[in-house]
Every structure is written in structure tokens, then in C-alpha cells.
Design a protein around this ligand. Structure first.
Ligand code: BES
Ligand code: ZN
Ligand code: ZN
Length: 499
């Protein structure tokens, strides 16, 4: 999509469709029920000359198309009351707008100044426009013989403002959108194409476009050397060697106070459950078990492109969880990288085994903060539904910060506690730990209680369980109804852009 900003514009740039935001006033207001401030005079006149213009109330989702004398189509985009407008409404309405016009018009002019005086500033609405159009335009069509290309190619943005900073806003939003869509592509790739080896190569190729990033890829011999007994036990039956992708971003300016954040992602390219085999229905869509790694990679990518001021390391633990005669048997005891022994009672609780070793590796790099993202438990869907990301961790401040950042980003995240009883429940009689709890209750937090054992002392750590929100967010018009959602990437980027 090409965005063309017309700074200092006096009227709309000629295009096939002119979009004006329209607002309604409060019901008890005696004046006209519509707020059309910021509209061009000819549009206002044309609108009022229409006999049926009074059927348009400008409530959220209410749209009205009409024509100017010269044949141009104008759309009045209802956004409700100016004083009640919020960013998610703008994002959703722009996403719906994109979907309804993408197949009809080649170019569109958006009138930014119609937002003046509303709760969402005009410049913020520009950012939301780019976000919404970019996220809504995503379509996984790699394997479709007939691809449907959108007609809409050019978006003109008209504003009387002369602020050069608006162009930078477009770039910033575009970097995030592009990174979310790269992550969505990884998740949607089928497991016969995307395996640990090919996935690592795809990331390596994509990273080439990023500045100030170093790449290191660890394979089986290196993981053996690192004594990652848990990670390797998951890979035991795989046709593909495991990969640990290690990316390091160094910001332009580094001082001794520069914060170092490590992102860790679960990259299970397919989860059959292993010997603790999943039933057929539950195994379907388990290609999506690498969504945690795609999420942190997407966030890392966008933060790098947007010149994050902090040092960021990104660690992606990649393997599938397969089953053959080499597969790890339930009851096996393995030794983790940090020396703890773990009784594997259920080979389907494999994500925590991979993450545990990667968290220990991350801890040795002595960061200030570690955040992992994983499609870790089905239990998070029971606790928080399919829309909310579970947040857990060892540092209340960090958990608060992430929940707050999610709220600021219009994403849903909620914290679950880790209590001592659940920590105890993860202890085994014959090894230091076991990989499942004694009951299914509080399954997400028990998984987090397990992970906590592999995080170094004094390191702030938070765990994001995205098993629910990682895909099929059909309630969000800027997410595809099925397949990878890319949620929580924007939250992580916003977190990574703060000092
Ligand atoms: N990848 C799954 C978690 C999952 C389940 C993600 C459903 C998305 C949708 C994970 O590896 C797993 O199988 N977890 C088990 C843990 C259990 C054996 C303690 C689960 O949630 O059932
Ligand atoms: Zn599993
Ligand atoms: Zn899994």
C-alpha cells in the first residue's frame, strides 16, 4: 500500500473515494445531530442537499455514500460521539472500511482534519489508519492457485497540518504492520514446509533486512554442548535437527544504563504430543505451536526497524514434537541445562521443556528482563477464553507493566498468579521436578511455576501464554477470522520502545 501525505492541503486530493469522518452529538443536544466539522464545503453542501441525508446518524459503524457534482464518491464514516471516541474504535472502523472498499476503488483520500476536537488526535488517527489498513489487508494466499489482489493501491491523506513528523508516523506504523504480517506468514505456513531447519533459514533470510542485528544459529551439536537435555528430549523423534536462533540487536547509543531485554519464543513447528499422543481433533492446527516464536520475532523485528533505544536479544527454540521409536517415553528423567532433573510424565507438555532450557541459556546472558511467549497450555483458554493473553511471572512490576502496555495498545492481557502450592505441585518424588502437575487445575500457572525454575536469580521474567489469542481472532476486523492473529506483537513492540 502506498500512502501519500498531502501536508498543508486546502481540500481533498482528487481520488475515486473521499472519506470524511462524521460524529454525532449527544442526544439531548438541540443543535444538529451531526458534527461535520473539518469537512470540505462542497461535501457539506452536497450532503445537506440530499433528501435522505437525515437517515445517517453517524453512530459507530454507520456509513453513508453520496456523490459530488463532479461524480466523485464521498463516504461519511460514522464514528459516534467525538468525546467518546477511542483508538480501538478507529482501528476497527478503518479495518472494516478497508475490507469494504479494497475490491472497488484504486485510490482513496482520507481527510485527517475531520478528527480535530475528538478524543483521538488527528495524528494518532493517521497511525491507526496505517495500522488498520495494513493489518486488515493480510491474506495468506501462498498456496492458492488463484490469488485475489486488492484493487486499492494508493491512500492519500489530506491535512492542513504542515508537521513533517506525520511521515515518520506512517513509517513507524508500517514497520509494525509489516512485522506482524511476517509473523502471521510464519505461523500459517504448513508443517511440511516450515520445520525447525527451514524456519531458522527463513528467519535468517528475513533478518538480513535489519540493521545492527547479529545472528547465531545453534544446531544439535551446539545444543548437546550446552547440555540442553530437556530441549533435546523433545526433538528425539524428529526428522529435523533442532534450532536455537539467537539474534542480538544493539541500539545506536549504548551506555552502562542501557536496558537489556531478552525475548524467548516457543517454536514447536508441530506438536503431535509425542507418545502422549494428542487425539486427532486436538492435533489439528498444531502447526500453530510455534506462534510464540513468531510473536517475539515479529516484535523484535518491528522494534529494530523503529530504532528501539534498548538492547534486545531474541531467542527462538525450534523443533517439532514427533513420535517414533526414538521418541522420549513418558516416565523418562532428563537433565536440564541448569542441572535440574525432570521427570517427563506427559510428552505433550513439551513447550516448557524447550523453553526451560532456553530460559536458562538466556539467564546466562545476564539481561535485566526476560519475556517469553508461548502457545503453552490449553488451560489458558479455560481460564481466560480465546481472546485474552495470560501473563505470569516472578516480578509484579514487570507483569503490571505488560498488562498496562497491552491495555494502552488495545490488546487483552490478564495476569494469573503463581502460588507456592503450585510450585510444590511441580516437584517430583524421584527427580527435582516433573513436567505436569498432579491435577489439571491451574494448568497455565503450573506451567509457569515450572518455567520459573530455569530463570536466573534476580532476573525479572514474564511469561505470555498466547494459546488462546494467537489465532482465529474473528471478533477483530483487523485480524483474519481464521489462522494466525499476530496479537501481542504490538504490545511487545510498545514495551520495547520504552527506555
Ligand atoms: N501446544 C500445547 C498447548 C495448546 C493447546 C496450544 C491447545 C493451543 C491449543 C501444549 O504443548 C500442550 O499440549 N499442553 C498440554 C499440557 C498438559 C499435558 C499438561 C495441554 O494444555 O493439554
Ligand atoms: Zn504439547
Ligand atoms: Zn505444544
Amino acid at each position: 500500500m502506498e500512502y501519500k501525505l498531502h501536508l498543508g492541503a486546502k481540500t481533498h486530493t482528487p481520488s475515486q473515494l473521499i472519506v470524511h469522518s462524521a460524529f454525532c452529538k449527544k442526544k439531548n443536544d438541540k443543535e444538529t445531530s451531526l458534527v461535520l466539522s473539518g469537512w470540505d464545503k462542497d461535501c457539506k453542501d452536497a450532503f445537506y442537499n440530499l433528501k435522505n441525508s437525515d437517515i445517517f446518524k453517524a453512530t459507530v459503524g454507520d456509513t453513508f455514500y453520496f456523490s459530488l457534482k463532479d461524480g466523485t464518491t464521498v463516504l461519511a464514516l460514522g464514528l459516534g460521539e467525538k468525546s467518546k471516541l477511542n483508538s480501538e474504535t478507529v482501528r476497527k472502523e478503518y479495518a472494516k472500511l478497508y475490507k469494504s472498499i479494497k475490491g472497488k476503488y484504486t485510490d482513496v483520500s482520507i481527510q485527517l482534519d475531520t478528527f480535530t476536537g475528538s478524543k483521538v488526535k488527528a495524528e494518532d488517527s493517521l497511525y491507526l489508519l496505517v495500522e488498520a489498513f495494513g493489518l486488515a489487508s493480510y491474506n495468506f494466499d501462498n498456496y492458492l492457485s488463484k490469488k485475489q489482489e486488492a484493487k486499492l493501491k494508493k491512500v492519500h491523506v489530506d491535512t492542513a497540518s504542515k508537521s513533517k513528523k506525520l511521515n515518520a508516523l506512517i513509517d513507524k506504523a508500517n514497520n509494525i504492520v509489516e512485522s506482524v504480517n511476517v509473523a502471521r506468514d510464519f505461523v500459517n505456513e504448513p508443517p511440511n514446509v516450515l520445520n525447525s531447519v527451514s524456519y531458522a533459514k527463513m528467519v535468517e533470510k528475513d533478518v538480513k533486512g535489519l540493521k545492527r542485528v547479529k545472528t547465531k544459529i545453534l544446531g544439535k551439536p551446539e545444543l548437546k554442548k550446552e547440555k540442553m537435555g530437556m530441549f533435546l528430549s523433545v526433538n528425539a523423534a524428529s526428522a529435523h535437527d533442532p534450532r536455537l536462533v539467537h539474534l542480538t540487536y544493539t541500539p545506536k547509543k549504548v551506555t552502562k544504563n542501557t536496558k537489556h531485554v531478552i525475548l524467548v519464543g516457543k517454536g514447536l513447528t508441530f506438536d503431535t504430543g509425542g507418545y502422549s499422543l494428542k487425539p486427532g481433533g486436538s492435533m489439528m492446527n498444531m502447526k500453530f505451536d510455534m506462534a510464540g516464536s513468531a510473536t517475539v520475532y515479529g516484535a523484535f523485528r518491528a522494534a529494530v526497524l523503529n530504532d528501539s533505544p534498548i538492547k534486545i536479544t531474541c531467542l527462538l527454540g525450534m523443533t517439532d514434537n514427533a513420535v517414533n521409536e526414538h521418541a522420549t517415553m513418558p516416565d523418562s528423567i532428563v537433565t536440564a541445562r541448569n542441572g535440574k532433573t525432570v521427570e517427563i510424565l506427559n510428552t505433550d507438555a513439551e513447550g516448557r521443556l524447550v523453553l526451560g532450557d532456553v530460559l536458562s541459556y538466556a539467564s546466562d546472558l545476564k539481561p535485566d528482563v526476560i519475556i517469553d511467549a508461548a502457545t503453552l497450555t490449553g488451560a489458558v483458554l479455560i481460564a481466560l477464553g480465546t481472546e485474552v493473553c495470560g501473563v505470569m511471572g516472578n516480578d509484579q512490576k514487570l507483569c503490571d507493566e505488560l498488562v498496562k502496555t497491552a491495555k494502552e495498545t488495545d490488546e487483552y492481557a490478564w495476569q494469573l498468579p503463581i502460588i507456592d502450592q503450585w510450585r510444590d505441585d511441580m516437584k517430583s518424588n524421584i527427580a527435582d521436578l516433573k513436567n505436569i502437575g498432579g491435577s489439571r487445575w491451574a494448568g497455565s500457572a503450573k506451567a509457569a511455576a515450572f518455567l520459573e525454575n530455569f530463570v536466573g536469580k534476580d532476573i525479572s521474567w514474564a511469561h505470555l501464554d498466547i494459546a488462546g489469542c494467537g489465532d482465529s481472532q474473528s471478533h477483530l476486523p483487523y485480524c483474519p477470522p481464521k489462522g494466525a492473529s499476530g496479537t501481542m506483537i504490538r504490545t511487545l513492540v510498545n514495551y520495547l520502545m520504552k527506555k
